[in-house]
Write a protein that binds this ligand. Structure first.
Ligand code: ADP
Ligand code: MN
Ligand code: MN
Ligand code: MN
Ligand code: MN
Length: 367
């Protein structure tokens, strides 16, 4: 793994960053494209300092090149909604997450689910919904001209069976730590609410956690953390893969467990409220919610490999074979959070967080 270690050493690889006089601000405008899963970005040079979101202009891009518009009406608007420090270029440069709008500046463009999510989060503000999302992913490397295969696996073949890789150390067990570590540090430097990382059950599979974040912030920070991860992947020559089941067979798929609590679940009697009020609602809504929980997720939710089944709702205290796990600490304290284990790694976190809030805070008010 010499090359990844060398790449980490070169991590301050933008030799120009310190040369860009601070009177310029390079703002990297970032948006979700017409796949709903991939991000795009481009740079805008500001000649004046940027103190807050209002200092950033709306901008446009060619939506026909991102599968979000036709050529004749190609322009899509970018509306800055969240800015953090750019960990690549350094101060005073910025990463600017944007919502996308049609030319009327009102109609959300394709895959702008933040617009909808934000309405729901605003409505439910009083419930103080908190989230922690565990983003799992695989690291893939090119083995020929086009073929991608997990980093550290024998070319086109398979490593030792699972068991030795989760939270592992050592050359035989741990593939790509330098990349995961660089990502964690870059996220912290950007100012994102990243909670930690770990090597996962499958070899070359990793996880980072974003949280605790309230309301719309969970989606914003998740997408920005994904952006940073892809950018670091470029430097390492690694493809970041969020497929729910990238390798068939006895290899874990990738999820995005969503840990969730509200003012009510965190208060006295919260555990009882989770079990008696929320679990029945979530059971009833299972079929509708699961549709928002990632494409091809049925390949992952088999009831094996620490998952519940796709077509069946289940919950359990401390169980990792269920749709929802209520942590034993929540039971012990009588209040706290629960973990929705159904979401796949390729979710739009805006949709999943909003669905949970809609079902547990808003709909329940008139059930
Ligand atoms: P696991 O044991 O499932 O691997 P992790 O430690 O990876 O759990 O992730 C747990 C996540 O739960 C963390 O991101 C943390 O921020 C989040 N979390 C902790 N308490 C709460 C809470 N009260 N509400 C929402 N999320 C929470
Ligand atoms: Mn052009
Ligand atoms: Mn975890
Ligand atoms: Mn995990
Ligand atoms: Mn988990």
């Amino acid at each position: 793994m010499t090359e990844t270690i060398e790449n980490l050493r070169d991590f301050n690889y933008y030799p120009f960053s310190s040369n860009v006089n601070s009177k310029y601000v390079l703002a990297e405008y970032i948006w979700i494209d017409g796949t709903g899963e991939k991000l795009r970005s481009k740079t805008k040079v500001y000649l004046n300092p940027i103190k807050n979101l209002e200092d950033l202009e709306w901008w446009t891009y060619d939506g026909s090149s991102t599968d979000q518009a036709v050529t004749r009406f190609s322009e899509i608007y970018l509306k800055p909604v969240c800015m953090v420090k750019d960990p690549f270029r350094g101060d005073p440069h910025l990463l600017v997450l944007c919502e996308t709008y049609l030319p009327d500046k009102k109609t959300p463009a394709r895959y702008n689910f933040r617009w909808l999510s934000n309405l729901i989060m605003e409505k439910a503000k009083g419930h103080k919904p908190w989230f922690g999302i565990e983003q799992e992913y695989f690291l893939l490397k090119r083995t020929g001209t086009t073929h991608l295969w997990p980093l550290g696996w024998p070319n086109g073949g398979f490593p030792y069976p699972q068991g030795r890789y989760y939270c592992s150390i050592g050359e035989r067990n741990n593939f790509g730590r330098a990349l995961a570590e660089a990502h964690l540090r870059a996220c912290l430097n950007a100012g994102l609410k990243i909670a930690g990382l770990n090597a996962e059950v499958a070899p070359s599979q990793w996880e980072f956690q974003i949280g605790i974040a309230e309301g719309i912030e969970i989606g914003d920070h998740m997408w920005l953390a994904r952006y940073i991860l892809e950018r670091i992947g470029e430097e390492f020559g690694i493809d970041i893969n969020y497929d729910p089941k990238p390798i068939q067979g006895d290899w874990n798929g990738s999820g995005a467990h969503c840990n969730y609590s509200t003012q009510t679940t965190r208060s006295e009697g919260g555990y009882k409220y989770i079990v008696e009020n929320l679990m029945p609602i979530l059971q009833k809504q299972h079929k509708d919610m699961i549709r928002l929980y990632g494409i091809n997720n049925q390949l992952r939710l088999t009831g094996k490999h620490e998952t519940g089944r796709y077509d069946q709702f289940s919950w359990g205290d401390g169980s990792r074979g269920c749709s929802i796990r209520v942590p034993i600490i929540t039971k012990e304290l009588g209040q706290g959070y629960f973990e929705d284990r159904r979401p796949a790694a390729n979710i739009d976190p805006y949709l999943v967080s909003a669905a949970l809030v809609d079902v547990t805070c808003l709909d329940s008010e008139h059930l």
